[in-house]
Design a protein around this ligand. Structure first.
Ligand SMILES: *Cc1c(COP(=O)(O)O)cnc(C)c1O
Length: 384
């Protein structure tokens, strides 16, 4: 199953590279990142693309996207330094995290960053003081639509539209440039109408600001674009068609500048996590389900299986009759169970030492891996 997620040339690369190499490790196929970036460009030709560095901060990924002309969305001054060290100029960076220390705002400003995102008064005041005159996106609270996504970013970010309006007026008073509205509809958002609701709210804010004689210029639509997991998503072209239709319906001939911040959608499909079965167990002689313990788990790469939110396709070269399994990781922690309620089916012939390939694991795996929980090393990544 799932072999058809990758063309056979990719499989050849993956299997050849993996032979006799100690697992677990992540392989990132850089050509697939390149293809996705070009797909984003083709589908959103007038948008500026800010890769969300946190999805996979590997320098090979960042260098490739730098050379392709991408911009970058950074979550901290540490990601800022990484981008600057790779020769990305500060005017290609946006500090999109609404939660940041005043002195980190200052540091980013001193290093040349002039584009920030905010969602509360205290942060706006810090920005006015530490990054005077900067452009600011104001992030909308999206709790109603993010619940449809597989990895919601709800509640914690953004504020209600009325409060955004007040913040924009305050920002303008304090000498900042209220540049536009931002939102994130939730990561792995398979319900495309989520963008309809969000763009509608953004449009209302453009109107209100116009009445106050302030013209906003841009909408930052964040991420949410999908990778192909067990449940496949619509192709990017369907997302772009629908989103462009919403934009035209709300804004007519005066569609603002569009910023996109894809993370998962750009790098998710490029990754394959190679693991090995440690052991297989039953809890009683008559147990109908096998527990498969692998050398990769929640703590060394599969954090997004928490709550069984993200369901990665698992490929094995073993064939034959299948049966229900529970998938669990290698640590001495009972949280370290990836799939128990979701009924994964894997061949009955699997044995300890067999390889399992976790597909579409390019995003939020290596970057979520613990440093040495239970002594296990962080997830290694190889870029092919
Ligand atoms: C995490 C994040 C993204 C990337 O989201 P994906 O769903 O992975 O594409 C984009 N923008 C902001 C502000 C984020 O926090």
């Amino acid at each position: 199953m799932y072999r058809n997620y990758y063309p056979s040339a990719d499989w050849k690369k993956i299997l050849t590279f993996s032979t006799n190499r100690e697992t677990p490790f992540l392989i990132v196929l850089l050509d697939r990142v390149r293809q996705k970036y070009e797909e984003f460009r083709a589908n959103f030709p007038s948008a500026k693309i800010y890769y969300a560095v946190k999805a996979n901060p590997g320098i090979e990924v960042l260098s490739l996207l730098r050379d392709l002309g991408s911009h970058f969305d950074i979550a901290s001054i540490y990601e800022l330094d990484r981008a600057l060290d790779l020769g990305v100029s500060a005017n290609r960076l946006s500090f999109g995290n609404t939660i940041k220390k005043a002195r980190h705002i200052r540091e980013a400003y001193e290093k040349g960053v002039r584009l920030f995102t905010s969602d509360c008064e205290m942060d706006v005041r810090n920005l006015a003081k530490e990054a005077p005159g900067s452009r600011v996106f104001f992030r909308l609270l999206m709790d109603a639509v993010t619940s449809d996504s597989d990895w919601p970013l709800s509640r914690k970010f953004g504020c209600q539209p009325r409060m955004s309006l007040d913040l924009m007026l305050l920002a303008a008073d304090l000498g900042l440039e209220p540049y536009g509205v931002s939102f994130h509809v939730g990561s792995q958002q398979r319900e495309i109408p989520a963008w309809d609701a969000a763009i509608g709210q953004a449009h209302a804010l453009f109107d209100w600001m116009e009445q106050k004689h302030l013209r906003l210029k841009a909408i930052n639509m964040g991420g949410g674009f999908p990778a192909d997991y067990v449940v496949k998503a619509n192709p990017l072209s369907v997302y772009s068609e629908e989103i462009n239709r919403y934009l035209n319906q709300y804004f007519g001939s005066s569609v603002p500048k569009i910023y996109l911040e894809p993370g998962r959608g750009l790098v998710g499909d490029a990754g394959v996590l190679v693991s090995e079965i440690v052991t297989i167990a039953k809890k009683s002689k008559t147990d109908l389900r096998r527990w498969i313990y692998t050398d990769v788990g929640i703590f060394n790469g599969l954090m997004e299986t928490l709550g069984e939110s993200i369901k990665y396709p698992i490929y094995t070269e073993k064939k034959g009759e299948t049966g229900d399994v529970i998938m669990a990781g290698p640590t001495c922690d009972s949280l370290d169970i990836m799939y128990e309620h979701f009924k994964y089916q894997l061949p009955l012939s699997l044995e300890s030492g067999d390889r399992l390939y976790w597909l579409s694991t390019g995003a939020y795996t290596a970057s979520y891996s613990a440093i040495e929980f239970n002594g296990f090393p962080p997830l290694k990544t190889y870029y092919l």
